[in-house]
Each structure stands twice: as C-alpha cells, then as structure tokens.
Ligand binder design. Structure first.
Ligand code: SF4
Length: 384
C-alpha cells in the first residue's frame, strides 16, 4: 500500500515525540480540590492538564458526559428550587428530563466534534435509567427542606454554587451548596459516582474538607457537617467535619504542591492502575517505557496497549464492512491486529516500518497473538 505524505502529516492520530514530550505546562495557583486529587494520584497528569487541550486533547467517556448532564440538571434545580416549589411533581419531573436531555445533547455535539470521542457508542439504557431516576430525584430535591432546619428562621443563608477563593491565593473551589442552618453550616456536594466505592468516597470526602477550609478562610467560620449526595441512586453520606483533619489535609496539600514543584518530569510520573483511565496515555513516555504490555496480555482479558512496528497491512471488503489486518512486531514478538477500516481508516494507511501505539486492544479468544480493536481503542502513529 502506498501513501501520500499529506495523509499522515495532517493526521490528528500522529504523535511527534520531540514536540509532545515533555509536556511544558506548569500547575498554577490557585488550585482546585479536584486538582489536588490529581496531584496525589499522578503529578504528571496534572502537568499534562496544565499544558493545554490543543497539545493533549482529552477524552471524555459517554458515561462521564451523562454524569455531567445529571450534575448540570441538579445544579439548575438547586438554583431554581424556591421558584419550583409551587410546581406540581409532574411538572418538576418533566422539567428535569428536559434539562437533562438538553445538557446531554450539548455533550453529544461536543463529543461529535472531537476525534477521540466521535466513534464512541452511547449507552442508551443508562441514559434511559438516568432520566427515570433523575425525574424521581428532582421532586425530592425541589421539595426537600434545607438540611435539618425545623423552622424557616433557622435558615439564615443558602449559597448555591458559589465560588470560594482563599485570600492567600492557594485554593479555590465551588461546592454545590452551602447551607447555614440553625445548628451550623453544612456543605452539600452532589456526585454522580457511587458512594459505596471506598476510593471514590475518600476522594469526595477530601473535596468537602477543602470546601470546609475555603469556607473558613472566607467567612471565619468552620462548617460542622458534610453531606455528599448521589441522587441516582439516592445515596447520601453525612459526616461531622473534623477541623483538625481539615487543617492537616490542607497542610498536606501545600507540602505536596511544593514537592511536585521540585520534581523532574520523570519523577512526576506515578504509574499504576489509575493509568488505565488517564487521557494522556498516548503521549506519556514513562508509561510506554514502563510496561512490557504484551508480556502480560495473554494472562488477562483486560484491554491491552502496546507499541509496535508495522510489517504488513492487508485490506479487503466484506458485506459487513471494510476490513483490515495489521501484521506487526513488538518487543515481545509478532502479532496481528484485526480492525475495521471504516472505524480506523488511518491504520489502513500505515506502511511497513511505521511505529504505532495501539491503545486498548482486546485479545481474540483462544488466539495468543491476534488482537482486535473496539470502538474504545485508539491507534496513533509515532514519529520522531
Ligand atoms: S498515563 Fe499514568 S503515569 Fe502517565 S500521566 Fe497518566 S496517570 Fe500519570
């Protein structure tokens, strides 16, 4: 197969290693509670994020976009809660579904324009379930009383989605709601991840601790309680806030930031299971260098990623679509990738000698060296 130089020079699916590595961004103050979580997990991921989406376009999964649409719907319901309380449950449910669909439609348009997301399939059943559960949750959100206030006079202040910024310029963040009720101030944060997952809950808790610190830094008052709420499927975590824990967490975050600032790029890479969900894998040289991915592949039915040199591309047409086989060589031996040319046209354009990064291929059952690509897989050509 021959290829015009234009075909690859304009390709989105190309990594020019001398330009893409190392990432040149710097983590800037003020930082957000979610960025602190990223810094703890892998400082290099935070550096990629700080380097800009033009250089390193992120990839948002349809599930994450559905979660965002749920969260946006809740935000609007929260903001309009007072006004909506005179509406019937039926009207509130209908409004919640409309808001969700509108937000989801915007997310789908955005995804359709992003090459890393355009091919991904959307889980229709999850969307349908989200609509049903959100409709039920919407009525509860609108008609719920603020925390445990028993009389209107106990509600002295409700701040919905207010941005909090510490005067020292270290931290800023936006909790979903702060309620100042009769017995003290409560932080309410809505989440769409499961609260029964201990790792997620720990992350959500930590974010609330930072919001507590921000509230104290801006209002000279310590919140007494955090409420983490996942309205779908109606999970809630309520916990008293331990001021010493808040202070310790912020001190730890400051120390972490100082530590990260003095790290080399190589030291900032923290490789682990979390890498499987990292948007920056295509460009992360330490990750590609760290693993003999093929050696592990036949022990697992998890998706695998590897760098390989093209030996031969075979193409043919079938009634079900345009097919291809890429015969490749890795450090662990020869392998074949089965793929759809409709979904991966740039792989069909590869020529012998090209170096490719294949992300998230799956092993063909019963075949030790044959792999296939799914809609979630990605293929990049690596050039110096
Ligand atoms: S792939 Fe892993 S090591 Fe590389 S930036 Fe992402 S999380 Fe960090």
């Amino acid at each position: 197969m021959t290829r015009d130089a234009e075909d690859i020079s304009d390709s989105f699916w190309r990594i020019r290693r001398t330009e893409s590595w190392p990432p040149r961004g710097q983590v800037q103050l003020p930082i957000s509670p979610s960025l602190i979580s990223v810094l703890r997990r892998c400082p290099l991921q935070a550096i990629f994020r700080a380097s800009g989406a033009d250089a390193y376009p992120s990839r948002v999964s349809p599930r994450a976009r559905i979660g965002t649409a749920v969260h946006r719907t809740i935000e609007v319901l929260e903001k309009r809660r007072g006004e909506l309380q005179s509406r019937s449950p039926r009207e509130i449910r209908a409004m919640a579904v409309d808001l969700f669909r509108e937000s989801l439609a915007a997310g789908k348009v955005q995804a359709a324009h992003r090459p890393r997301e355009a091919r991904l399939t959307w889980p229709d059943e999850l969307i349908r379930q989200s609509e049903v559960q959100l409709a039920v949750a919407a009525v509860k959100i609108v008609h719920s009383s603020d925390s445990s206030a028993t009389t209107p006079s106990q509600k002295s202040l409700v701040v919905v989605e207010g941005m909090l910024a510490s005067p020292d310029g270290f931290l800023r963040g936006k909790p979903d709601r702060i309620e100042s009720v009769g017995y003290g101030t409560v932080i309410v944060d809505y989440k769409t991840g499961s609260l029964t997952d201990p790792e997620r809950l720990a992350e959500y808790r930590e974010q609330c601790l930072f919001y507590a610190w921000l509230w104290h830094a801006t209002h000279r008052e310590w919140p007494i309680e955090m409420r983490i709420v996942n309205p779908i499927p109606s999970e809630e975590h309520i916990e008293a806030i331990d001021v010493q824990e808040v202070i310790d967490h912020v001190a730890d975050a400051r120390a972490r930031l100082t530590q990260v600032a003095s790290m080399s790029i190589a030291e900032s890479a923290c490789i682990g299971k979390h890498c499987a969900y990292c948007s920056f894998r295509p460009w992360c040289e330490p990750w590609w260098a760290a693993e003999d991915k093929i050696a592990k592949s036949d022990l697992s039915d998890e998706p695998q990623s590897f760098e390989a040199v093209v030996r031969l591309i075979e193409c043919w047409d079938e009634p079900t679509g345009r097919k291809g086989h890429a015969h490749m060589e890795t450090s662990g031996g020869a392998l074949t990738i089965q793929f759809s040319r409709d979904e991966f046209p740039h792989l069909a354009m590869a020529i012998p000698g090209d170096v490719l990064r294949i992300l998230d291929a799956r092993l063909v059952p019963g075949r030790a060296s044959s792999w296939y690509l799914t809609t979630w897989s990605e293929v990049y050509t690596v050039v110096p």
